[in-house]
Design a protein around this ligand. Structure first.
Ligand code: ADP
Ligand code: MG
Length: 585
């Protein structure tokens, strides 16, 4: 005799309900999505005991007709799609026609609705899968759903509900997310009659972030807005040098639907390489607008995940958006980001004086400005610096170099305050962008050696060499195997001196771990920039300092070195005046 039985519909229904309804927050999510799909502009969520006793969601949306109020509890009953092709381009939050069926299968439920067109509204009361009442009522336009005693008929599930607080906090998190996606909608949430969220409708994401998180977070965020073909991304995300220790606040939305997705997280991490200090993660709110047929939302019962048709394009969109956003930022690290006023004053006091000025031309030439550049530098006069400085885009502040401190920092002033520029990091940034450009334009020139230097590589370096060979050749490093781990340096980029070239090459081969870099190429260029940049401790002439400063301010990211360290510290004028006790004019 066979052992397989077809389950009774009540059991099947409960199993199905379990996929959609896991806990109070799942009910809130489904009901709020329905309200948004019904074009509500006000959504009120009330809970008792974190939703375990009661979840009530009321909206001022379209409401339902008598016929719809009767039909909406049937499984696969939906007004949002009708034919199979519709699944290819879902524009609503709901579409499975399962939520009300599932919720009502595992609770006692009351629905009140009025569509503003029929004479009256309707009340439907259900318990499990039984209809208890269906009556006419008078009711304002919109819909209200009350869900009592969730899982009253599913004790196994009920046991897994957590404390009131933790169920409530899940609801708070969820509502925070939708509230971000729908700033124009008013959301309120209360638990046991105590208000938890109250967000009147506003016009922009920025206002909503302010309502939910306050000014402090907003100050750390920059806007992004980037479009490529039919794809667009907008949002607010970490300014350079901000970020937070954890990844808690990276919220992604695809066509306003909150989603979790590994690709998006990975893209974001990469986008911020070099923009944040070590151990910091970007935070922000990212809104992707993707044509409905380019994204499959039907891959998860609770619709928390999506699948992209062109994941690469989505990835690139994030990279680009952050890159462009960061370029709009000043990228100059303010000296005091946080902390008490006292500490700030102490820093101002101890950090600055005395300024040693160093006006003699240093005996050692700058290695950066070897050959073609050296001449340029020596002939560099103040007039020329001024000319270059005047050519700046208006938003860049003109500055004046005062001198050098500890033979490592250039001290300069600008309209905004006092600038302290790390000479090594600055030079690194300048060279990095120069190298990047040369690489893009394929304009590396190499010098051929008559008597090649023989380099002895470690096994690790040798292995890395095999892997990097092509990239190295592209920028002008050509080696010839000599047997064993010996290689002859036959050609090197003529930007460097010979000795420099072999040192740089060896350090490029040292480790092939990408650590903080976007890709191997970036790391290669950054390492070259670092190795060939002037060091701390090298005395510079005023002309050299001016040269560096002018060049630095012409780079795309003057505020950060390719390794993500700050290049410039700014002590704002207002801080100085405050610390000194002078009233700002
Ligand atoms: P789905 O949202 O996937 O269509 P649901 O079970 O959530 O499935 O809802 C079934 C139908 O009931 C919806 O398609 C919609 O027509 C109607 N409905 C549900 N909630 C509301 C609401 N708050 N306002 C207006 N209509 C609603
Ligand atoms: Mg729905």
């Amino acid at each position: 005799m066979g052992v397989i039985k077809v389950l009774a519909p009540e059991i099947a229904q409960k199993i199905a309900a379990g996929e959609v309804v896991e806990r109070p927050v799942s009910v809130v999510k489904e009901l709020v999505e329905n309200s948004l799909d019904a074009a509500a502009t006000e959504i009120k969520v009330e809970l008792l005991d974190g939703g375990k006793k009661l979840i009530r969601v009321q909206d001022n949306g379209w409401g339902m007709s008598q016929e719809d109020a009767a039909l909406c509890f049937r499984r696969y009953a939906t007004s949002k799609i009708s034919v199979e092709e519709d699944l290819e381009k879902i524009a609503t939050l709901g579409f499975r026609g399962e939520a009300l069926a599932s919720i009502s299968a595992v609770s006692r439920l009351v629905l009140k609705t009025f569509n503003g067109q029929e004479d009256r509204g309707y009340l439907v009361e259900r318990e499990g899968d039984k209809l208890i009442r269906f009556v006419e009522i008078s009711f304002p336009q919109g819909t209200m759903v009350e869900v009592y005693d969730l899982f009253f008929n599913l004790p196994a599930r009920k046991k897994f509900l957590r404390s009131e607080r933790s169920e409530l906090s899940l609801v708070v998190n969820y509502l925070t997310q939708v509230a971000l996606a729908y700033p124009e909608v008013k959301f309120t949430l209360s638990n046991n009659n105590r208000e938890v969220i109250n967000c009147p409708g506003v016009v922009s994401l920025k206002d909503r972030v302010y309502q939910l998180y306050g000014k402090k977070l907003l100050d750390n965020l920059m806007p992004i807005d980037y479009e490529e073909g039919a794809y667009r991304i907008t949002g607010l995300c970490s300014r350079p040098f901000s970020g937070r220790i954890d990844r808690q606040r990276q919220l992604f939305f695809v066509n306003r639907r909150p989603v979790k997705d590994r690709i998006l997280v990975a893209a974001l991490t990469q986008a911020y390489l070099g923009l944040l200090e070590r151990q910091k993660n970007p935070e922000g709110f990212f809104f992707l607008e993707i044509p409905y047929d380019q994204v499959d939302v039907n891959v998860h019962p609770a619709k928390a995940e999506v699948r992209f048709r062109e994941p690469q394009q989505v990835y690139r969109l994030i990279l680009k958006a952050v890159e462009l956003g960061a370029q709009q930022e000043s990228l100059i690290k303010p000296i005091i980001v946080e902390g008490s006023e006292k500490k700030e004053e102490a820093e101002v006091e101890s950090g600055l004086i005395p300024i040693e000025t160093q006006r003699e031309v240093s005996s050692e030439p700058l290695s950066l400005i070897e050959d073609q550049k050296k001449l340029e530098l020596i002939n560099f006069r103040n007039e020329e610096v001024k000319r270059v400085a005047e050519g700046y885009p208006q938003d860049r502040q003109p500055f004046q170099v005062l001198g050098q401190y500890l033979a490592s920092y250039i001290v300069a002033t600008s309209e905004e305050g006092l600038l302290i520029i790390d000479q090594h990091n600055a030079h690194e940034r300048i060279l990095f962008e120069k190298f990047e450009k040369m690489e893009q334009e394929n304009s590396w020139k190499s010098r051929q050696m008559l008597f090649p230097t023989v380099l002895e590589l470690s096994p690790g370096q040798r292995l890395n060499y095999e892997e990097l060979k092509e990239e190295l050749e592209k920028i002008g490093f050509v080696l010839e195997p000599m047997g064993g781990n010996s290689l002859a340096l036959k050609e090197y980029p003529d930007f460097f001196k010979e000795k420099e070239a072999s040192e740089i090459l060896l350090s490029l081969l040292e480790d092939n771990n990408r650590d903080k870099f976007k890709d191997r190429r970036t790391k290669l260029l950054a390492t070259m920039a670092c190795k060939s940049a002037i060091k701390a401790g090298q005395a510079l002439s005023l002309a050299e300092m001016e040269y560096l400063t002018v060049e630095l301010f012409q780079t795309k990211n003057p505020g950060i070195c390719p390794h993500g360290r700050p290049v410039i510290i700014k002590i704002e004028r207002s801080r100085i005046e405050r610390a000194i006790g002078r009233q700002p004019e």
